[in-house]
Ligand binder design. Structure first.
Ligand code: AMP
Length: 372
């Protein structure tokens, strides 16, 4: 099966080819025809399996360029993801006279207002900035035909729930709603159905095996006081080319990066407290390999397509099981190999590790050589 069978317009087909996509992934195969038909859907698929293109391709196909009004709205939880989705849509809509803009906090609102005035067909937004623009009457959503919630479980979670209610209640009632995520707890699924039409479809290609099979997963028993020195040893010994380290707080992320640098390991930290420009430049240096170790909060745990990450290290144990899956999903993207190592430093974390093992049904082995 290739993309031709979706009967997409020629220019879109060319853009897909230029992007280097020759065959649709499973989530694309299953959801593109349903979205083209206008169905509401929940799409659940493992991270790194092409979810962004699964909704972007049909959105682009359905844009009417004779109008310069916003016809599709994609809501995402973080600024980085907004930029990434915008880039994917721009690449896939190349040469088709389609305008796509990402609006997010941290960038000049005047610039975004100006760009909106010029006319956009698709807007990718984080909730906070989108609501600002709505309250200021700087964005007109009255022609929106499709709304996508990416990382939908996060978007419907407590922190964002009211924002999403507000945004959706200000979009036309007659619309198509699409929800995509790698994880979809039952409670969130129930909540989600409030926003979907009765005939919505649930496309689940995660095959109940939540963790990505290509990831070799390990845990290490670490004395809480020796976490940084253990991390430095692991980074050196396992020849990590591109390693993403997850911490729970901004302060820990900064501290860990500093301590690594003191031990001659080149590292930077990234978190939501940094200016947007700085965040973008750190991400760029990480993706080109200039920064081999990036220490992050959960800002980067979702959706981000950071290419060729060889290792994920959970310096701090993830708070929720879903977070573990999202974090380790930053490696082994699109069929590549990867390794994830989780530090366990107290009884609760060991117990949680046992639960994780049974949940994801794939082995998480102990790395004894680094134990302390
Ligand atoms: P996503 O799950 O959307 O973050 O996508 C993960 C990666 O897969 C991105 O680097 C995409 O560019 C890539 N990708 C998406 N669809 C395809 C496809 N059909 N063939 C090859 N690569 C793809």
């Amino acid at each position: 099966m290739n993309f031709n069978e979706f009967e997409l317009n020629d220019r879109l087909a060319v853009a897909i080819e230029l992007k280097g996509y020759s065959k649709p992934s499973l989530i694309q195969l299953k959801s593109i025809p349903l979205i083209l038909e206008g169905k509401d859907l929940i799409g659940q698929a493992r991270t790194g399996t092409g979810k962004t293109a699964a909704f972007s391709i049909p959105l682009i196909e359905r844009i009417n360029t004779a109008s310069n009004r916003i016809q599709a709205l994609v809501v995402v939880p973080t600024r980085e993801l907004a930029v990434q989705v915008q880039n994917e849509i721009r690449a896939l809509s190349k040469g088709q006279g389609i305008h796509c803009l990402a609006v997010f906090g941290g960038q000049s609102i005047a610039f975004q207002v100006n760009e909106l005035r010029r006319g956009q067909h698709l807007v990718v937004a984080t909730p906070g900035r989108l609501m600002d623009l709505m309250r200021r009457n700087n964005i007109n959503l009255s022609s929106v035909k499709t709304v996508v919630l990416d990382e939908a479980d996060k978007m419907l979670d407590m922190g964002f729930r009211d924002d999403i209610d507000f945004i959706l209640s200000n979009c036309p009632r007659e619309r198509q709603t699409l929800l995509f995520s790698a994880t979809m707890p039952d409670e969130i699924k129930r909540l989600a159905s409030r926003h979907l039409s009765l005939g919505h479809v649930f496309v689940n290609v995660s095959e109940d095996r939540l963790a990505v099979e290509k990831i070799n997963q390990f845990f290490v028993s670490v004395d809480p006081k020796k976490k940084v020195s253990t991390l430095a040893r692991i980074v050196r010994k396992r020849h990590m080319t591109k390693c993403l380290v997850f911490c729970r707080t901004r302060r820990t992320a900064e501290w860990v990066a500093r301590e690594l640098s003191k031990r001659n390991v080149r590292a930077r930290s990234i978190h939501g407290g940094l200016r947007q420009n700085l965040r973008q430049s750190i991400l760029k240096n990480f993706s080109t390999g200039r920064i081999p170790v990036l220490v992050s909060t959960d800002l980067l745990s979702r959706g981000m397509d950071l290419s060729d990450i060889s290792h994920i290290i959970n310096f701090d144990f993830p708070k929720e099981r879903e977070t573990y899956i999202h974090r380790i999903g930053r490696t082994a993207r699109f069929g590549k190999q990867g390794e994830a190592i989780t530090f366990c430093s107290n009884v609760r974390e060991f117990e949680e590790m046992e639960r994780l093992k049974s949940l994801i049904q794939s082995p998480i082995k102990e790395l004894k050589e680094f134990a302390s």
